[in-house]
Write a protein that binds this ligand. Structure first.
Ligand code: SF4
Length: 107
């Protein structure tokens, strides 16, 4: 059983200031990477399997940036929008769910 989703979210790491506000607001969707930038993720508690879009190789990882779109669980929609509004880098991008983008990310 997976959460319904109508939105996708990704981060433009080129603009991320690394303050971590997004993770403070929505820790199920945003996570800090070792290099001090933030990435998006899909949590197993919502989607049955955790995928972190941190550009690492291997199972459980996916591409970063615009190719690394994470599905937003409907239960997280409001706080993901709040995170985007609060993001000082204005680099949290929210888009309507698109099956082809999910397929193309290869994760
Ligand atoms: S709130 Fe925005 S700028 Fe701050 S860490 Fe998250 S994505 Fe980066």
């Amino acid at each position: 059983m997976t959460d319904a989703t109508q939105l996708m979210v990704w981060i433009d790491q080129d603009l991320c200031t690394g303050d971590g506000i997004c993770e403070e607001i929505a820790p199920d969707v945003f996570v800090g990477r070792e290099d001090g930038l933030w990435v998006v993720k899909e949590e197993a508690s919502h989607f049955g399997k955790t995928i972190v879009f941190d550009a690492k190789e291997g199972d459980g990882h996916g591409p970063e940036g615009s190719r690394g779109v994470a599905r937003v669980p409907d239960s997280q929609t409001d706080i993901v929008i709040e995170a985007a509004e609060e993001c000082p880098g204005e680099c949290i991008m929210i888009e309507p769910y698109d099956a082809k983008s999910i397929q193309d990310r290869g994760a």
